[in-house]
Ligand binder design. Structure first.
Ligand SMILES: [Zn+2]
Length: 585
């Protein structure tokens, strides 16, 4: 028999052959008979008449949703659960947030306060934001040395792609004036004109810092539980964890143990993360080892991840046309030739490949490699059959736009970034990328409209405020290119003449280009079926179709009738994974 029947719903199926339905049955965790109320009722009656009920006389239970909105479970196709648990630290974290500092002096003042409040710490590690406020007059090790001389100080920029270290920290991590960069232009130790370290280090040179404090399994479990509870409450039913710089064994072991205890209700797709050129040689064996040791029904290892370039604001993302302010082009972890050799092996082993590519040249190199491998496949070599995903894709050459579709490369974007972030105001972006290119970033709409597979993700690492992890937050910013956080407070006159605070993002500036605003249809597609395509599971999840696993959300409001500026507040009423109602926190 059917486990239950859902009827009288507005079901947005994400099945192009039947975009809307009213009802469906769920049996053994799968959808059966998606259709109108009448179709599903007739089907259920026929099942009963066939005597296909367990006791012979018991019909399936019926859930009448009274017109509520139902959509497929959401796939967060690039996020960092464990890394956030590690970076987020314990719940009793006492660090002083510096995100709102407006000047270098304010940052240094905060550090002084921190030292005064906690005079006995072994080291001081803090986040700061808005790297641009320091532009032209960066904080250096000497500034930090004046405040803390003998213990390490680490000022981590809030995107986690660079840090400023004092002299004690440089010594602690064994960095010297003659230490070689990990990858030129990308992972580097900045030096002044005389070759002396400035204290600024970028990208993968930060990895040892992440392990300064030993992570415990207890801390990991705390963070994983907190994040999974939140994500499930916001309708996420499948997750691609885009990787960890440190502690892979401990992390995978913890996930496995938690799944065995029934604490991982979502499908988790994990990866092995490559952040250093010398990891490439053993990468495939390593992933196979993880797969063998840590796979469970809910935890899978099908994907290799590579941090192929960096970020724009610290000039580590790899560009075709140089940065406007420095004239440099950033760098990639390995050359295009090395990438081709590695990708050929991955294709041979049928291992999917997910790359961090922010800059135009990073994406172009990946595209060139896929093109060559496709040609090789067509002329007698291994047929090309893996999924290659470029994630972030912030600055794209116009001539490369069509190549995602042509080459079958998945483009993964994080819509919550489409409203810009601290320091990426258009003027700053123009200084960084030039007058025209600076106003043409984050082109998820353009890529979507070519017909490419575009998937969406949260890519967050913030553990203290989880709002930005919500896919509905992403949908709002994807539709409006306005960030609810940047709206400021505006008061509107109400019908009764009183003034009330407006709680939407409509006052935030629209992040250019305006014509990159996406439709709700596109956002839902990117958060459901396209994420399933990226993960190679679109034959079993991602839409509400007969035979697929019954992941679905019940919402009290029809998203298509919701004010886009209220989307970020949307919370599903109920979340089902494989037909099972999840208990929400
Ligand atoms: Zn990421």
């Amino acid at each position: 028999m059917s486990d239950y029947i859902v009827k009288n719903a507005k079901v947005y199926t994400q099945d192009s052959s039947r975009p809307w339905a009213e009802a469906f049955a769920v049996r053994d965790g799968r959808f059966e008979c998606v259709g109108t109320n009448e179709e599903v009722e007739a089907w259920a009656a026929a099942q009963d008449a066939d005597g296909r009920t367990d006791s012979g006389n018991q019909s399936a239970s019926v859930m009448d949703l009274g017109g509520k909105f139902v959509m497929p479970g959401i796939i967060d196709s690039h996020t960092h659960i464990a890394m956030s648990a590690i970076l987020g630290g314990d719940d009793d974290d006492e660090s002083i947030p510096m995100y709102n500092c407006k000047s270098r002096d304010e940052v240094l003042q905060k550090l002084k306060e921190m030292v005064r409040m906690h005079p006995h710490r072994l080291y001081y590690a803090m986040f700061y934001g808005q790297i641009e406020i320091m532009a032209g007059d960066p904080i250096t090790r000497d500034d930090l040395d004046k405040i803390v001389r003998f213990r390490p100080v680490i000022l981590m920029e809030n995107e986690c792609h660079s840090a400023i270290l004092n002299s004690a920290a440089l010594r602690y991590f064994g960095v010297r004036n003659d230490t070689e960069d990990i990858a030129p232009g990308l992972s580097r130790y900045d030096r002044d004109a005389k070759g002396r370290l400035t204290g600024m280090i970028t990208e993968m040179t930060l990895v040892p810092i992440l392990s300064i404090e030993k992570i415990s399994e207890k801390q990991l479990r705390f963070g994983i539980t907190k994040l999974l509870s939140y994500l499930i409450s916001r309708g996420v039913t499948t997750i691609f964890d885009a990787g960890n710089m440190t502690d892979e064994d401990l992390i995978f072991k913890t996930f496995k143990a938690m799944d065995e205890e029934g604490k991982i209700p979502v499908r988790m797709f994990m990866c092995h993360m490559l952040w250093h050129p010398n990891m490439v040689g053993e990468a495939i064996d390593k992933l196979k080892e993880y797969k063998k040791k840590y796979s469970t029904p809910n935890i899978r290892f099908e994907t290799m991840k590579m941090m192929y370039d960096g970020t724009q604001r610290i000039h580590t993302a790899c560009m075709v046309e140089p940065y406007a302010d420095t004239g440099t082009c950033g760098g990639t972890l390995i050359s295009e030739e090395e990438l081709l050799v590695f990708m050929r092996k991955l294709n041979h082993e049928r291992i999917d490949f997910h790359l961090h590519t922010v800059g135009e040249a990073a994406m172009r190199k990946v595209m060139n490699c896929v093109e060559k491998l496709r040609e090789e496949g067509e002329s007698g070599g291994d047929p090309f059959r893996i999924t290659v995903t470029c994630a972030h894709d912030e600055v794209l050459r116009p001539e490369d736009v069509d190549r995602f579709r042509e080459l079958g490369i998945v483009a993964n974007f994080t819509p919550s970034w489409n409203g810009g972030n601290c320091g990426s105001e258009p003027e700053n972006m123009q200084k960084l990328l030039g007058p025209e290119r600076g106003l043409r970033t984050l082109q998820s709409r353009t890529v979507f409209d070519t017909g490419a597979v575009v998937s969406f993700s949260s890519d967050e690492v913030e553990l203290h405020n989880l709002d930005r992890w919500s896919p509905f937050w992403g949908m709002e910013v994807g539709m409006t290119r306005q960030d609810p956080d940047f709206g400021g407070v505006v008061y509107d006159e109400q019908a009764d003449g009183t003034m009330a605070e407006r709680k939407d993002g409509s006052t935030a500036p629209v992040y250019p280009p305006e014509d990159e605003k996406m439709t709700l249809e596109q956002l839902i597609e990117g958060y459901t079926i396209n994420g399933a395509k990226q993960l190679g599971i679109d034959d079993r999840v991602g839409s509400i179709e007969t035979g697929k696993e019954a992941d679905f959300l019940v919402l009290s409001e029809n998203l298509f009738e919701t004010d886009p500026y209220r989307l970020h507040d949307v919370v599903p009423e109920r979340v089902y994974i494989k037909g099972k109602l999840q208990s929400l926190l």
